[in-house]
Design a protein around this ligand. Structure first.
Ligand code: ADP
Ligand code: MG
Ligand code: MG
Length: 872
């Protein structure tokens, strides 16, 4: 018979897929000798079996549950439903991947009118017993029957207000008895049946509810957002209850073995005295920081620190731990690898290496390349902060700096985010708000602590978040918020600092971020590990400076046309294009040449001998032409032609499909003088730099080659010009001539093209465009629909297409290497800075990737991770 139910003593942490993350870790901790209440896990296979069986739990599974329940009763010396010593259990979902807040837990199962009285008498504590009972009724009604929570909350609020209690825990036994009675009435009204008194029935309904919750909307949204398969199913954990709500020497809490926002190696978390379960994360009461526990119960605090250290060592990672204190005895109810900010991920990874717990390679694999983008995020400028008006300070829940227009509901935030940057302002958030959070720059809540839903989810998203900003009163109805003395309307602007918890009025100036010592270490290890070189795309001196600051090893793409657009040049460029004859064109080209030369010279100086790849003019000419009447008039005057003559000329240059038109080397072939001017500018710059003692390694890249003769024709002319100048000026410099591979045909005849090229740079943007036949500028209109209909898994302009484009590249690489073994190969374009694409191209034998300066570090880390994976 297949085993569907496992005792905690029978499992271990490697059985995640069967026991779920929570169950596997409860089992692992039980075996480690950590104080975990006994229990058992119903497997994920049982959940799948339930769905395969028309949503029925089959008898064999029920039998195994009952067997394990009997064993649990023996261990505990209590019995479910017993009128002498009733056992209470929790029923907890646990999927393979942790899904915070997505699945619901039921506590105190086994209570009914009779067992509650027994429990009260046994503990001589009616308050505790009825507190447990009313919680159970509410949770059961909510999770199993779908009765909305607020219907019950309203009763609690009424009792609190009537008696002037600050919190639920101030209620008397009598209050709670009445609350429980009231809850049962609500249950009956909403469900249309009495609250079930049969405890076995309670248990089976709860188990089934967990199975069902696998397919509730919140869980589905979370899985979709995180790319988790719908097929995995959830396990169910049934566990003996321990009680944090038995009085003031009891409590419940959540902690991290290290600070999940900063990575600091210090116990971090919060707890509530005399509380149960989710009270801490629900944001109803604001919990105390765990540091206070050190003062209140130093022994327990020490014990907790020790356990977290043991778990951290055992799991070799920072742990997120849930605990309960019952009569000053500590129980651990959950552990898992903790979610953290990018900053903390880096700090913790480096620290674990230094402690000898993990290797450098493991550390690199633990830092998400895209996450480090967060570390490059701006912070508010010190000087601007001095004058900024602080409206409130809450908890610094997730770092970052953001400014935006405030909205009070997720739907409105989503809608407004199409037009403007928004900030979601709420009392607290719940899983229903996820899409609103995704669309916002930052989230502010007035209630809840560091482990509230808003905080946990925002950290996971790398989104700036401030929680528990208590002097903020939101008026949802009138779309207003009162923060201290200031009242703001929907749409007003706030600036949020997730690193300090402060919220400022208006737009506060931001500045670039800086890197920590640990961050530098990670990059240093990445540099030691990776095999791909990382270059940057830089069109001017400023970009080049940034690129080399970030540690780029060369410039992989300098687009010369960007230089043409600058103020002082565009009119010369236009006149050059509109010239009536070659000789007239040459006049303007001669004037452009020293300007370009100056630009190149500056870049060579920044590069200090690192290779610089300069692409000759690429876009169709009419991109440079004027469209406004006024400009056309001015240029006509300067060219000494009439406006209509000029307009006709402009019309004659326009193309139906410029992307596939007269551009790239096609222009070079038609107007060789343009490319020769650029070659001359490069040569002059190189010679000048050499005279200054600067090393020069320049690559001249001819774009859009699809026929080898295009390249051989242009190459011959350019080479002749350079050689002549080298002789004339008696100054040598290193140069290569090569091409961009961006047309499918070029891949197919790469061997022939390689004969005339010392390097290839794959222009993956255009190559993707032409391989798919999708226009880069229009594709977003249907790619989204393709993704939704699962026709495309990814946008091929973001993540390189493995089956098509990469195959073409592979073919080209192999052909090129056969023809010219030492040919230099790389890629430029968006994909050069994308982790997934880097992993793919790392396998086809190219030498480097080139990306935007701000993605150089991401690319370095991604390249290191690719190298580690490839070696495995
Ligand atoms: P989630 O996956 O949403 O965190 P859990 O199953 O971990 O849900 O349950 C939430 C909380 O309920 C736990 O953190 C713990 O405080 C409480 N809890 C669960 N089981 C028990 C138990 N057997 N005894 C006491 N408290 C429990
Ligand atoms: Mg929960
Ligand atoms: Mg939990």
């Amino acid at each position: 018979m297949k085993k569907f139910v496992y005792n905690f003593k029978e499992g271990n942490k490697d059985m995640r897929s069967l026991l779920g993350g929570k169950g596997a870790n409860l089992a692992e901790m039980s075996t480690l000798g950590i104080n975990v209440p006994s229990g058992f896990t119903i497997t994920t296979e049982s959940c799948n079996d339930y769905y395969d069986n028309n949503m029925r739990i089959k008898p064999e599974i029920i039998k195994q549950i009952n067997e394990q329940l009997e064993q649990l009763e023996k261990t505990m010396g209590k019995k479910l439903g017993s009128l002498e010593n009733p056992l209470l259990v929790s029923v907890r979902s646990g999927a393979v991947f942790s899904m915070p807040g997505m699945m619901d837990t039921i506590l105190n199962l086994g209570l009914n009118d009779e067992t509650t009285i027994v429990l009260a008498k046994k503990n001589n504590d009616y308050k505790f017993a009825y507190d447990s009972y009313r919680r159970f009724i509410q949770m059961f009604a909510d999770v199993v029957m779908g009765v909305e929570k607020y219907k019950f909350e309203a009763v609690l609020t009424k009792v609190r207000e009537k008696n002037g209690y600050a919190e639920d825990k101030d209620m008397s036994a009598d209050d709670l008895f009445k609350v429980a009675e009231e809850f049962k009435k609500i249950y009956k009204k909403e469900v249309g049946a009495e609250f079930p008194t049969n405890v076995k029935e309670q248990l089976m309904l709860a188990v089934e509810a967990v199975f069902k919750s696998w397919n509730n909307n919140r869980a589905k949204v979370y899985r979709r957002l995180n790319g988790i398969s719908d097929k995995l199913g959830t396990a169910v954990n049934v566990q003996a209850m321990v009680f944090g709500n038995m009085g003031d020497n009891c409590g419940t809490g959540v902690c991290f073995s290290r600070n999940p926002a900063t990575g600091e190696n210090k116990l971090f978390g919060e707890y509530l005295i005399n509380a149960q379960g989710e009270d801490v994360v629900a944001g109803i009461r604001t919990p105390k920081p765990v540091a206070v526990l050190e003062e209140e119960y130093p022994k327990l605090y020490k014990e907790l620190v020790n356990i977290t250290k043991v778990l951290e060592k055992h799991y070799k990672d920072m742990q997120d731990i849930e605990f309960t204190i019952e009569n000053e005895k500590l129980y651990i109810l959950q552990t898992r690898n903790g979610k953290r900010t990018a900053k903390a991920a880096v700090e913790i990874a480096v620290s674990l290496v230094q402690q000898g717990l993990i290797t450098k390679e493991e550390a690199l694999l633990r830092v998400n390349s895209d996450d480090i983008n967060q570390l490059l995020h701006p912070t508010f400028e010190e000087s601007a902060l001095k004058d900024a008006v602080i409206l409130t300070q809450g908890l610094a829940a997730s770092p970052g700096a953001a400014t935006g227009h405030i909205y009070f509901t997720a739907e409105e935030a989503v809608e407004a985010s199409i037009e403007r940057k928004v900030i979601l302002v709420r009392e607290e958030t719940s899983p229903e708000d996820i899409e609103g959070m995704v669309s916002s720059q930052a989230i502010i809540t007035s209630r809840g602590g560091m482990t509230s839903h808003a905080a946990v989810v925002a950290r996971g998203m790398g989104k700036c978040c401030v929680c528990g900003a208590q002097n903020m009163i939101i008026d949802y109805e009138n779309k207003k918020v009162k923060i201290g003395e200031v009242t703001l309307q929907e749409g007003d602007i706030l600036s949020v600092d997730g690193s300090s918890g402060k919220v400022y009025q208006g737009d506060v100036k931001k500045s670039d971020s800086s890197f920590s010592e640990s961050f530098r270490k990670i990059i240093e290890w990445a540099d030691e590990t990776r095999e791909l070189k990382v270059f940057a795309n830089a069109d001017n001196e400023r970009d080049a400076k940034a690129a080399f600051n970030f540690g780029a090893e060369g410039i992989g793409l300098c687009r010369t046309e960007h230089m043409f657009f600058e103020e002082d040049r565009i009119s010369l460029v236009r006149k050059m294009i509109l010239s009536a004859s070659e000789s007239e064109r040459k006049v303007y080209l001669d004037r452009l040449q020293p300007i370009q030369s100056e630009d190149f010279y500056k870049i060579f100086k920044e590069a200090e001998g690192k290779s610089v790849n300069i692409r000759l003019l690429d876009p169709p000419l009419h991109e440079f032409l004027p469209h406004e009447e006024k400009t056309i008039e001015i240029i006509a005057k300067e060219l000494d032609v009439t406006v209509s003559q000029l307009e006709n000329k402009i019309k004659s240059i326009a193309e139906f499909n410029p992307m596939m038109g007269h551009r790239g080397c096609r222009l070079g072939v038609t107007y060789p003088e343009i490319y020769l001017m650029q070659a001359k500018a490069i040569t002059q710059a190189a010679i000048r730099a050499r005279k200054d003692g600067v090393e020069v390694n320049v690559e001249i890249m001819i774009p859009l080659v699809g026929i080898e003769k295009e390249l051989s024709y242009l190459r011959e002319k350019i080479e002749a010009l350079i050689e002549k100048d080298i002789q004339n000026y008696k100054e040598v410099f290193n140069y290569k001539i090569g091409t961009m591979i961006e047309i499918p045909r070029a891949c197919l005849i790469a061997d022939k093209i390689a004969e005339y090229a010392e390097f290839f740079s794959f222009g993956t943007n255009d190559l993707t465009q032409m391989t798919f036949g999708y226009s880069r500028d229009d594709a977003e209109k249907f790619i989204d629909i393709y993704k939704k209909k699962k026709i495309l898994e990814n946008d091929p302009f973001i993540h390189l297409d493995e089956n098509g484009v990469l195959e073409l590249m592979k073919l080209a690489v192999n052909k090129a290497k056969k023809a010219k073994p030492n040919i230099k190969l790389g890629i430029c374009g968006e994909h050069g800075g994308d982790e997934k694409s880097i992993a793919l191209v790392s396998k086809i034998g190219i030498d480097y990737v080139s990306c935007s300066p701000y993605r150089v570090l991401i690319a370095k880390l991604a390249a290191a991770k690719a190298a580690i994976e490839n070696r495995k």
